[in-house]
Design a protein around this ligand. Structure first.
Ligand code: GLC
Length: 664
């Protein structure tokens, strides 16, 4: 059951598409104290949710701020990441679980036992918000109710479940061809190559640098013949440049965000000075979405939307202030106070909160200051593309994922979890975020495999891939200037081919589980506590996941580890893959086990009574033979697996019609 409470005059976010009638009276579970909601946590309570955030699957013990932020160096003490996902579930040891969704586009602080260990306080920036209280018998039931309310997630095309290679940047057509050649000649499966900002002319959205990509259209075609999709990036800011159509149209039609004087607001991002399209303005959003046609017409069928928190390097106004101030420091004797002020001055240009309070949107006929709707920008940028795709490509699924997001955006695209590092801790964080994002509707998600910033090592990339093969969005991406981390870059191509190859063997199962989860409002990746809520050990497991109904994963996330301890809530069958094939099948009893997992191997665990269909593999999704599946299982005769399959591209999908019964 869902109850909705309205406080003040909330700004509509369009997160929820099936709204229940508003309830009167006080909301259950939480105590309202001004603009703060309070809940006293019991020692056994686990708090799930909050989508993209640091720390555990259990969010207790930290403070999280919903305020979409670009933070490539995030660590344990980070409070805000790229998305704002205000949904939590409280799971008591003996009490009924309940869920809370706070729907407001401005900042929210979730203090989950940070200030007072046993107390949760949720503070809203403004007194206007909607609170949804969700009750069901089970944790999964709560997710289901919530997801019914927010609508079905975005469905990517099937090829987008293949492996993708990215780097900032592959700078020329030739470089792209070379990456493909390396993959194909090493027989490492791959389905997509990503184009980062350097494919554009001077970082202008919807342009192509013809010096570096003179044959762009031919490249798209040629790669398609090899089963490879090119996926270009689109950024949130539009370069100010005379003669650039997108800029000129935006100015002419008043489609850009305004400053307090009604002038187009000027910020610096990759191209230098830019304007932000007013993604919240219906007309501007339609216009910006229409621009994707430029690339669709060239055969492009997938995009990633970036810098849409939106990221600000500087505002024109602050830049001027800082330069003036620097002049003052020039003649000073910089001391303990002034030296640090001086040092921080230039850093204060980036993501300055004051800048986010200095521009305006025209949202449904009202001028609204940006900070009040900040968390919607990435959502509405991606919505602009999603709505345009529905018109421009009514039959076809187009790949789309975004860096910034708010709940509701999950209907238009997936997310990648932004800039991370080649750190072992970020590998584990990738695992932990996955179920939390699923709860919030983001099924198609993933992190930059191998890490974006810093130099990756071969073992990190292999271990990360061994997790990545189970993650819907499986993409290796790295920052400019870092060590190469393509699957062929470390020489040991065989191991990489085998691990990535396993993804392609698992793909019928993974796709089937993903699609069923999307169509039935369920989760694709579950914490063990969702499946075994009565098992006090399983509830606390933070480094294993159920992937779909049949398998549990327990990846290695520590350097130089020979294996790891795995907890089995019940007997399971372990499958070991070495050299791309099953080399060991062994039933393990419930309890803790140390499982050896050499660097080049993958293990997974089949749940009792369940089946894992495995294909023979392929070097691209299109090669996989869905009719030649071998059934691995931990079940007796008559056991059944319902395999979902479809053509992988049409928007119209029907669950029942596309299910095939695989019986032992
Ligand atoms: C941002 C993105 C990253 C991309 C870079 C250059 O940092 O998060 O993925 O490579 O911009 O476009």
């Amino acid at each position: 059951m869902v109850r909705r409470y309205v406080f003040g005059t909330p700004i509509e976010t369009d997160a929820v598409i099936n709204k229940p009638e508003a309830s009167k009276g006080a909301a259950p579970y939480v105590e309202k104290n001004g603009d703060v909601l309070l809940y006293d946590m019991q020692p056994g309570d686990i708090v799930y949710g909050l989508g993209e955030n640091v720390r555990g699957i259990n969010k207790r013990g930290w403070i999280y701020v919903s305020n979409c932020s670009d933070d490539p160096n995030h660590q344990e003490d980070t409070k805000s990441l790229y998305g704002a996902h205000n949904f939590i579930i409280v799971s008591g040891e003996d009490s009924r679980p309940f869920g809370l969704f706070l729907d407001t586009p401005d900042k929210i602080v979730f203090d989950i036992g940070y200030t007072v260990n046993s107390r949760m306080t949720i503070s809203m920036d403004s007194g206007s918000y909607e609170l949804y209280v969700i009750e069901a018998e089970s944790l999964e039931g709560i997710v289901k109710e919530f997801r019914q309310m927010i609508g079905m997630p975005f469905l990517p095309p099937k090829w987008a479940f293949g492996f993708g290679q990215s780097r900032w940047s592959y700078r020329t057509s030739e470089e792209v061809r070379e990456v493909v050649r390396q993959y194909r000649s090493s027989h490492i499966p791959i389905d997509s190559i990503y184009l980062d900002i350097d494919y554009m002319e001077r970082y202008k959205d919807f342009t192509i640098d013809r010096e570096r990509f003179p044959d762009f259209e031919k490249l798209v075609e040629e790669l398609k013949e090899q089963g490879i999709h090119l996926v270009p990036i689109i950024d949130g800011g539009v370069k100010i440049e005379e003669g650039y159509e997108v800029y000129e149209e935006g100015v002419r039609n008043r489609y850009f965000c305004k400053d307090e004087n009604g002038e187009d607001f000027v910020v610096g991002v990759w191209p230098g000075r830019c304007h932000f399209p007013d993604m919240l303005n219906d007309e501007a959003r339609k216009w910006f979405g229409g621009k994707y046609k430029y690339l669709l017409d060239k055969g492009i069928d997938g995009f990633w939307n970036d810098m849409n928190e939106p990221a600000i390097f500087y505002s024109e106004r602050r830049l001027r202030m800082v330069f003036d101030k620097i002049e003052e420091y020039r003649t000073m004797n910089l001391d303990v106070k002034t030296f640090f002020e001086f040092k921080d001055l230039v850093a204060s240009l980036e993501k300055n909160p004051e800048d986010y309070r200095s521009f305006y949107h025209n949202y449904r006929g009202q001028s609204i200051r940006h900070d009040r709707v900040h968390n919607l920008f990435g959502y509405y940028m991606t919505r602009s593309a999603g709505e345009a795709f529905e018109e421009l490509e009514p039959e076809k699924r187009i790949l789309m994922f975004s860096r910034s997001s708010y709940i509701g955006m999950h209907r238009y695209g997936g997310v990648w979890t932004g800039d991370n590092k080649s750190w072992w801790s970020h590998l584990l964080m990738n695992l932990k975020m996955l179920p939390s994002l699923n709860m919030c509707g983001f099924l198609y998600s993933g992190a930059d495999i191998g890490g974006f910033g810093s130099d990756a090592t071969e073992d990190l990339v292999l271990r990360w891939l061994a997790l990545g093969i189970f993650v819907p969005l499986m993409r290796n991406h790295a920052a400019d200037g870092t060590r190469r981390q393509e699957a062929y870059a470390f020489g040991n191509t065989e191991a990489f081919a085998e691990i990535i190859g396993l993804r392609y063997r698992l793909l019928p199962y993974l796709y089937s589980e993903f699609m069923k989860a999307a169509l039935k409002n369920e989760m694709y990746a579950r914490p063990l506590g969702f499946v075994w809520p009565g098992d006090s050990i399983a509830r606390r497991v933070e480094d294993q996941l159920m992937i779909g109904e049949s398998i549990m994963i327990a990846p290695v996330y520590e350097q130089n580890a020979a294996g790891r301890v795995v907890y089995l809530p019940e007997p399971m069958k372990m499958l070991r893959f070495a050299k791309g094939d099953v080399t060991e099948e062994k039933v393990l009893p419930a309890g803790h086990h140390f499982v050896e997992i050499p660097l080049e191997e993958v293990v997974l665990f089949i749940r009792r009574g369940h089946i894992l269909p495995l294909a023979s593999g392929g070097e691209r999704v299109g090669d996989i033979d869905w009719n030649d599946l071998k059934l691995y299982h931990f079940a007796g005769p008559g056991a059944l697996y319902e395999l979902y399959d479809d053509d992988g591209i049409s928007r119209r999908v029907e669950l029942e019609k596309n299910l095939r019964r695989l019986v032992l």
